[in-house]
Design a protein around this ligand. Structure first.
Ligand SMILES: C[S@@+](CC[C@H](N)C(=O)[O-])C[C@H]1O[C@@H](n2cnc3c(N)ncnc32)[C@H](O)[C@@H]1O
Length: 281
């Protein structure tokens, strides 16, 4: 096997591991119950409207793709994990949205150069492990003058801190893989896109999450439904002390982030970076 072949083989194995990670649990219900408004926020920031050809990268069950289709755009929802499309199709049908679902790795998009007016991703592309490769693909498939729109969890925000809390219990990342929350850092995203974009707008905002009555309920919900959290727990299965330590760390995180008064359940504000830019050329 040549060096190139073995690198391609290793990448395929990594991506199939990632696909299995996102297919476990129940990500579609989490997106619908915990962050249902984020997709529409991104769609609005991108100015998606009738007649525009839109690609959603890491679309999952269509949190952003469905509102884009409802806004009249011609939408392709793409994702590494086609298992999530079934839930997305059901929601789209219920809401009367028409769109195309396509299996695709963000680092090797199966689309032509400049095919889309808008290329967007709602907490999706940030999970592709090779950031520059993924950024290059976003730029490549966006037409000159088109819009690139990204909504990503920040490193210092709640989900960024959750990944930091899980890290000691996760297997070491494969060589060359970069941490997802870096995509929530404006300078990092600007550097990835470089002078291939202009008219950058970048704003840190928060989304309020108040559906968990207690920090323990937040932890248990993520343990049951969120692929990355499930995988970390699997990695330490059979190690009761480390499992208890991670249990405690996730509860502490939610307790620490609680903005509520203590009387009406846990109120969390999850910070994200909303980034839009115009493709030059
Ligand atoms: C947190 S979910 C976000 C899904 C959706 N955009 C939303 O807002 O609910 C992250 C998504 O990124 C996808 N993903 C992870 N790695 C990917 C890759 N290399 N290429 C494309 N999608 C990927 C996962 O399958 C998952 O659907």
């Amino acid at each position: 096997m040549t060096m190139q072949n073995s690198a391609a083989e290793a990448d395929r194995a990594l991506k199939s591991k990632h696909r299995a990670m996102w297919a476990q649990g129940d990500y579609p219900s989490l997106a619908a119950e915990v962050i249902p408004d984020l997709g529409a926020i991104l769609v609005e920031a991108c100015g998606v409207g009738s007649g525009r050809r839109v690609l959603d990268v890491g679309a999952g069950s269509g949190n952003a793709a469905i509102p884009a289709a409802l806004a009249g755009a011609d939408v392709v929802a793409s994702d590494l994990t086609p298992e999530l499309f079934e839930a997305g199709r059901a929601v789209a049908e219920k809401q009367g949205a028409h769109l195309t679902w396509r299996e695709a790795d963000a680092e090797a998009l199966p689309f032509g150069d400049a095919e889309f007016d808008t290329v967007m991703s709602c907490v999706g592309v940030m999970f592709a492990p090779h950031h520059q490769q993924a950024a290059d693909e976003l730029v490549r498939v966006c037409r000159p003058g088109g819009t690139i729109g990204l909504l990503n969890w920040t490193p210092q925000g709640f989900i960024g801190r959750m990944f930091a809390a899980m890290k000691p219990y996760a297997p070491p990342p494969p060589p060359g893989a970069q941490p997802p929350p870096l995509w929530g850092d404006e300078d990092h995203v600007r550097a990835l896109l470089g002078d291939r974009v202009t008219d950058v707008s970048a704003e840190r905002r928060t989304v309020r999450v108040d559906r968990f009555a207690t920090p323990e309920m937040f932890r248990d919900y993520f343990k049951e439904r969120y692929g990355p959290t499930i995988s970390v727990y699997k990695n330490i299965a059979g190690e009761p002390e480390r499992t208890a330590a991670l249990d405690g760390a996730l509860v502490d995180l939610a307790r620490d982030g609680d903005q509520g008064t203590g009387s009406g359940g846990t109120v969390l504000e999850w910070e994200y970076l909303l980034f839009t830019a115009r493709r030059t050329g």
